[in-house]
Design a protein around this ligand. Sequence first.
Ligand SMILES: Cc1cc2nc3c(=O)[nH]c(=O)nc-3n(C[C@H](O)[C@H](O)[C@H](O)COP(=O)(O)O)c2cc1C
Length: 534
Amino acid sequence: MKIVIAGPKGSGKSALGRELVDLTHLPIIETDELIEQLHEERDGHFLTCREIFVEHGEVFFRNLEREVTQQVCDLDWHFVVTGGSIMMEPDNRRALRTNGLIVLVSAEADILWQRATANGIPPWLEGTDGRSQYEQEVVLRDEVIRPFADILVDTSEKSPSELADDVMQKITSEMSIRSHAGNTYGDIIHVTTFGESHGPVIGAVLDGVQPGIRISEADIQLELNRRRPGQSDVVTPRSEKDRVHILSGVFEGKTTGAPIAMVIYNQDQDSSKYEGIKELFRPGHADFTFYKKYGIRDHRGGGRSSGRETAGRVMGGAVARKIMEDRGVTFVGHAIEVAGIKAQTCDHTVIESNVVRCADPVAAKAMEAAIIAAKDDLDSVGGVIQLEIFGVPAGLGDPVFDKLDARLAKALLSLGATKGFEIGKGFELTRMRGSESNDGMSSEGFISNNAGGISGGISTGDPIIIRMAVKPTSSIVKQQKTVDTELRDQTIEVHGRHDPCIVPRIIPVVENMAALVILDAWEIQERLRPEWRA
Ligand SMILES: Cc1cc2nc3c(=O)[nH]c(=O)nc-3n(C[C@H](O)[C@H](O)[C@H](O)COP(=O)(O)O)c2cc1C
């Protein structure tokens, strides 16, 4: 992707380009300079673009423009500043637009003229009709280029530095549209999450929900409170109330069928801890890969890759969960292993009464101690969580690409820090014989549930059993090796507020995300077999 900043002389395109470079650290290239370089390489002496045009004529100059366009059209993650004459040629325009984003910079006519002539009337505009000649050219270029522009910037009132943030936001949202950014999940029930760790809000829009379903902020708050930071010593101390606000789609306590938009406000974002590591990639986090993909470094807490994004899924998932629970489907997640310590017993009633959310109260104590020990050692630990989904009747899910287990795997592996997905006996099945692994049947149903409640991608009617591997939190204070944005060797200590173990807080996220998957699959099933309708 290249970002082409086009505009007439005096529009402020070069100054805006420089500000954007300061923000993004992407390289910048001016097509005029490339034309001058190309000419100098060939003729052995330097001439300005204007001089090349006058000395060699228009045909020669346009050929240089075409060559330069070819040079820049394949550039990835570059700003390309161009005066606009290049873009008057359809072939050049096509080349620049391919895998490119066009930012058209302009200003009011009087201001453009003042800036263009600030150091005197340019030689090619000398004479009585200089201004009208300039203005005609500006209008013509604007008419031709404007329809192809993705972002319009008027520099009449604000300075380039004031505009840069605004332009950057527009560039980012244009890019996310083009890059199919994967911010939406679901076929019929669509959930889109938005917001960054250190932005003003985190939110979700849930679309496709039937009208007339009873839902309140309290239902959603219940789930958000379980995910909230600052609940105990074994999670991040970031102090967020995460109070949900439903902005649309619910009237007098019931869904209206319109998109349900929900937000929580980020209140305790402290970006200062990230200043010192602005240019450094945090090992284990998504800093390097995001930088490679978008060419932009939002160093403040991981931006979209932050665990905070998952609050949006919980908001949408809480609605889905409510709907599913009304249909008799329940979701129970719990820690079965933390820092190598395994749960030995399973009592669902104790899960919410210990800080690690383990169904074995004795193991829970040992797990808690292991998390605290890792934290004291400026380190972190991971674990395994088990999700059990009860009450899904036999027949939910689709064959081939949309198998229910494949849908669940996709949705749950999209959560940060998850590195493994098992269904039923999972990897243990590889050590069994067929005679042991097969789930035999009797008149009362399946005799065992090694398949984990899904066979051929379709639910069997038995509980769906999933295990997820959750890696140790990547942000640790302990010193690690890394590189900076220039790929120079560095060391890093990641301070700030982090979960020393992600397991306790990811459990409600996994449950609510799974509710979205089951509801979506259920909506598909309802269309195939109307008797599934509640
Ligand atoms: C609920 C939740 C909380 C998280 N908290 C943190 C955290 O405090 N610090 C951190 O470095 N990563 C945290 N993460 C994990 C990062 O989001 C994740 O590791 C990062 O985006 C890299 O993605 P990957 O681990 O899936 O490869 C959290 C994830 C979740 C789901």
